[in-house]
Design a protein around this ligand. Structure first.
Ligand code: BGC
Length: 558
C-alpha cells in the first residue's frame, strides 16, 4: 500500500526551493501518449519522457504539465481515469514515474500532473460497484444516479446534452440513469458524497509525496451541482456556456459557488508541503468569476484562455492583456498565457486562416480538410513566432503545448478510420474533433514514425512531418525550435518584477510594452513594416533592420 498521508516537510524529496517558482514559469504540456514511445507499442510512455528530459532542459522550460497517464480505457484520451493512484501499464509503472520525476528535478524542471475530479472512467472500481449495487445504495451515491421520467421512467431525467454532443444521461440495466457531462464512459462524481472528498485528498497527497510540484485541475468549474427540481430545460441552458454563464453561480452544474469549498479543503493539503504544492484551474467561466479560482485560499492560479480564443488582432490582444492583468491583481495570482493545448486547433494553423469570427477557432476549416478557406501555412508560422515572443514577454506564466516549439500545424486531414476523439464520434458532421493536434511528435526526418517510436504511431503522421522534425530544426538556427530555445533562455535573464507598462507609439496595430529593467517587447500586427524603436535588439521573430516587418515581434533592451 502506498502512503497517502502527508510526509513531514523536511522529508519532501527534491523540493524546489522557491515557493513562488510558478509565478513566471514557462510550462510545457506533455500529452504523454503522443510525446515519445520508448517500448515501441505506438503509444508514448513515461520512459519516453524520461529519455527526452535533456531535450526539455535544452528547450529551457521551467516545468512540465503532464496530461493524464493513469490507467484508462482511453474513451477520452486518458481523461477517463480508472485508477487515480497508478500509471497505465501501457505507459509504464510507478517506478518509471519516480525515475521521471528524479530526472526532471535533476534538470531543474518541476512537474505538474493533471487531476480529473469531475468524473471517473466507467471502468473505475467505484462505478463498477455502483452498477452492481441497487438504486439508493451507498455505491450509487458516489455518482449522480436518478430515476427517469415518464410513466415507466424510460425518459432521461432532463433533456440536457453532453459537452461532446448527445444526451448527458445514460440508462443502466435496472432502469436508472446516470449523469455524464462528457462521454458516457465518464460518469460524473457526486461531490456531496464524503468518500469522494476523502479519496481526492488521498490522491493529492499520493502524488505530492512522490515529488509532484503541482496539479492542473480538469474542468474545475463543474464539480458541484444543484439538481433540485424544477430543473431547467436544455433550451434554457444551452447558450449558458463559458463567458455567458451567470455571474451569480446559479447554473445547475457549471461554476457554482460551492465548488470553492472543495478547493479551500485542497489548499490546506497543498500547504502541508514545503514549498506548497501549486494548482491551476481549467475553468471556462466569465472573466470576473476567474479570480476566485486563482486566489491563494483556492487553487492559486486559473487558466486564461482569452488569447487562445482571440484572433490575430492588436486591439483584441491589448484588451485581453489589460483585463487579465487586472484580474491577476484581484486574485493575487499571476496570469497564465496560452495559445494552444490538446483541446484546440493548433495556433499556427489558426493564424494562417482568415481572422474572422467564424474561422478563428479553425473548426470550419477542419470540416473541409483545409480545402476551404485556404490555409496560408507560412503566414500562420510567421504570426505564431511573433505571438510566442509576445506571450513570453508578458508577466505571468506561459503554458506551451508540445510541438508548438516546432511550429507544428494541425493535422487537418486525418482519415475517419484513424479518429479517436469522442467529440468527433458524438458530433459527426459538426466537429472534426481534437485528434489533429494530438498526432505523435516528429523527432527525426525519417525512420518508423519519425523517431516517435520504433513501431508506428497511434495516430497517422503526415509526410510533411519530415521537414519539421526536431533533428532537422536543431541544425537550423532560423528554425522555430531555435527561436523558442533562445527566447526561453533570454527570458530567464531578462525577467524580474511582474510590472508591465504600455509604451504609446501612435499606431493601434503595434503593441509595445516595457517590463522592469529596460526589457521591451514590440509586436507589429499590421501587414506593413513599422520603424524599429530605439534600443538593442535582443531577439526577433524574423530578421529585422531599422524596421519591424509585418507580423513580427522584437525584444529590445533599452
Ligand atoms: C480536458 C479535455 C477533456 C475534458 C473532460 C477537459 O477540459 O482538457 O481534454 O476531454 O476535460 O475530461
Amino acid at each position: 500500500m502506498s502512503d497517502t498521508t502527508a510526509q513531514p516537510k523536511s522529508a519532501t524529496k527534491d523540493a524546489p526551493s522557491k515557493p513562488n517558482w510558478w509565478r513566471q514559469a514557462a510550462v510545457y504540456q506533455i500529452y504523454p501518449r503522443s510525446f515519445a514511445d520508448h517500448n515501441g507499442d505506438g503509444l508514448g510512455d513515461i520512459k519516453g519522457i524520461t529519455a527526452r528530459v535533456p531535450y526539455l532542459k535544452e528547450l529551457g522550460v521551467d516545468a512540465v504539465w503532464l496530461s493524464p497517464f493513469y490507467p484508462s480505457e482511453l474513451a477520452d484520451g486518458g481523461y477517463d481515469v480508472a485508477d487515480y493512484r497508478d500509471v497505465d501499464p501501457r505507459l509504464g509503472s510507478l517506478a518509471d514515474f519516480d525515475e521521471m520525476v528524479s530526472a526532471l528535478h535533476a534538470s531543474g524542471i518541476k512537474l505538474i500532473v493533471d487531476i480529473v475530479p469531475n468524473h471517473t472512467s466507467d471502468q473505475h472500481e467505484w462505478f463498477q460497484e455502483a452498477l452492481q449495487s441497487p438504486p439508493g445504495s451507498a455505491a450509487r451515491d458516489r455518482y449522480v444516479f436518478r430515476d427517469g421520467i415518464g410513466p415507466d421512467g424510460s425518459q432521461p431525467p432532463t433533456d440536457w446534452q453532453s459537452v461532446f454532443g448527445g444526451p448527458a444521461w445514460h440508462q443502466v440495466p435496472d432502469g436508472q440513469w446516470y449523469l455524464h457531462l462528457f462521454a458516457p464512459e465518464q460518469p460524473d462524481l457526486n461531490w456531496d458524497n464524503k468518500d469522494v472528498h476523502e479519496d481526492f485528498i488521498k490522491t493529492l497527497r499520493f502524488w505530492s509525496n512522490r515529488g509532484v510540484d503541482g496539479f492542473r485541475i480538469d474542468v474545475a468549474h463543474a464539480l458541484t451541482k444543484d439538481l433540485s427540481e424544477p430543473l431547467p430545460t436544455w433550451e434554457e441552458l444551452r447558450h449558458l456556456m463559458h463567458e455567458n454563464l451567470p455571474l451569480d453561480g446559479t447554473h445547475p452544474f457549471w461554476d457554482r459557488d460551492e465548488v470553492h469549498e472543495i478547493y479551500a479543503e485542497w489548499r490546506k493539503v497543498f500547504n502541508e508541503y514545503d514549498p506548497p504544492r501549486t494548482a491551476v484551474a481549467e475553468a471556462w467561466v466569465p472573466r470576473p468569476r476567474r479570480p476566485r479560482y486563482a486566489s491563494a485560499e483556492g487553487l492559486g492560479q486559473a487558466f486564461n484562455f482569452d488569447l487562445l480564443e482571440a484572433a490575430w488582432d492588436a486591439s483584441e490582444f491589448r484588451e485581453v492583456i489589460d483585463d487579465n492583468l487586472t484580474l491577476s491583481s484581484e486574485s493575487g495570482a499571476s496570469s497564465t498565457w496560452v495559445l494552444s493545448n490538446h483541446d484546440v486547433v493548433r495556433h499556427v494553423t489558426r493564424y494562417g486562416l482568415p481572422q474572422d469570427p467564424d474561422t478563428k477557432n479553425g473548426k470550419s476549416w477542419l470540416m473541409t480538410d483545409g480545402k476551404e478557406p485556404k490555409l496560408d501555412r507560412e503566414l500562420g508560422e510567421r504570426r505564431a513566432r511573433a505571438a510566442v515572443l509576445l506571450l513570453l514577454a508578458l508577466p505571468g506564466s506561459t503554458y506551451m503545448y508540445q510541438g508548438e516549439e516546432l511550429g507544428l500545424h494541425e493535422v487537418g486531414d486525418l482519415p475517419e478510420e484513424a479518429m479517436q476523439d469522442p467529440s468527433y464520434f458524438r458530433n459527426k458532421g459538426v466537429e472534426k474533433g481534437r485528434d489533429g493536434c494530438r498526432v505523435p511528435l516528429p523527432w527525426t526526418p525519417d525512420g518508423a514514425s519519425f523517431g516517435f517510436g520504433s513501431n508506428g504511431a497511434h495516430l497517422p503522421q503526415p509526410g510533411w512531418f519530415a521537414d519539421v522534425a526536431v533533428a532537422v530544426q536543431e541544425n537550423d538556427p532560423a528554425s522555430t525550435l531555435w527561436l523558442y530555445r533562445r527566447a526561453l533562455e533570454a527570458r530567464h535573464k531578462l525577467q524580474s518584477g511582474e510590472a508591465l507598462e504600455w509604451v504609446d507609439n501612435g499606431n493601434a496595430e503595434v503593441l509595445h510594452f516595457a517590463r522592469p529593467d529596460g526589457w521591451q517587447c514590440v509586436t507589429n500586427f499590421s501587414a506593413q513594416p513599422v520603424p524599429l524603436p530605439p534600443g538593442e535588439v535582443v531577439l526577433a521573430s524574423v530578421p529585422v533592420d531599422d524596421e519591424i516587418p509585418a507580423d513580427a515581434t522584437v525584444w529590445l533592451k533599452v
